[in-house]
Design a binder for this molecule. Structure first.
Ligand SMILES: [Fe+2]
Length: 211
């Protein structure tokens, strides 16, 4: 099974890595090596729950909390119909926008749910540092405080997520998916059929290396 540095370099190249036929021990080992685990969620269908992550509906493209540099999923059970993972490279979409829309989005801050104590209410759609772009995109949280032009630019970006060819595959039990949450959008198709889909999801923060 692949060691952590190889996985990180694959994620840097492709934005994600999909590892088939692994096991739980390897998942725990690899995820603790690539960064610091800051949040763990059981992703299961809960028709009574209000959270989107536990709904059976399809989930449009988005990012998770900005503090998660990586999101890792381990598939324990999978439904027999639907529940496919979908991925899209965020910068590829951003580049398709006009210069004015890009400019608008540089100034847009989106609402973010408070998960950690030091979280602010909003976070920038994009942060650019040394030519390196990181994205945060929660389209359903595009609420107050955003200009009309900013809203139009978000709408345009959202349209692009639906018009652009995306990566789609289905995780099987014992599969691992790890994505760079700052570079890739993710979503999933509706969970139908047996609906016994069960994934472990980890939010992973980059380790800060000091020399
Ligand atoms: Fe998500």
């Amino acid at each position: 099974m692949k060691p952590a540095p190889e996985i990180i370099s694959e994620i840097e190249t492709n934005g994600f890595v999909w590892l088939q036929g692994c096991n739980r021990q390897y998942f725990e080992k690899i995820t603790s090596e690539i960064g610091e685990i800051i949040f763990v969620t059981d992703v299961k269908v809960n028709p009574e729950g209000r959270a989107m992550v536990t709904s059976e509906k399809g989930l449009d493209f988005h990012t998770d909390h900005h503090k998660a540099k990586y999101i890792a999923w381990f598939c324990i059970e999978q439904t027999d119909k639907g529940g496919e993972s979908i991925l899209l490279e965020t910068n590829q979409l951003f580049e398709k926008l006009g210069v004015e829309e890009q400019e608008e989005l540089r100034n847009v801050r989106l609402f973010e749910h408070k998960v950690f104590d030091d979280d602010e209410d909003t976070y920038p759609f994009m942060i650019e540092e040394n030519g390196n772009r990181s994205f945060y995109y929660s389209f359903w949280l595009a609420k107050e405080g955003i200009s009309e032009k900013g809203r139009t630019a978000i709408r345009k970006f959202q349209e692009l997520t639906n018009q652009t060819e995306h990566i789609k595959f289905k995780l099987n039990p014992d599969d691992i998916l790890i994505i760079d949450n700052h570079k890739m959008l993710h979503g999933r198709t509706a969970i139908e059929g047996s609906k016994n889909r069960f994934l472990k999801r980890l939010w992973i923060k980059e380790k800060s290396f000091t020399i």
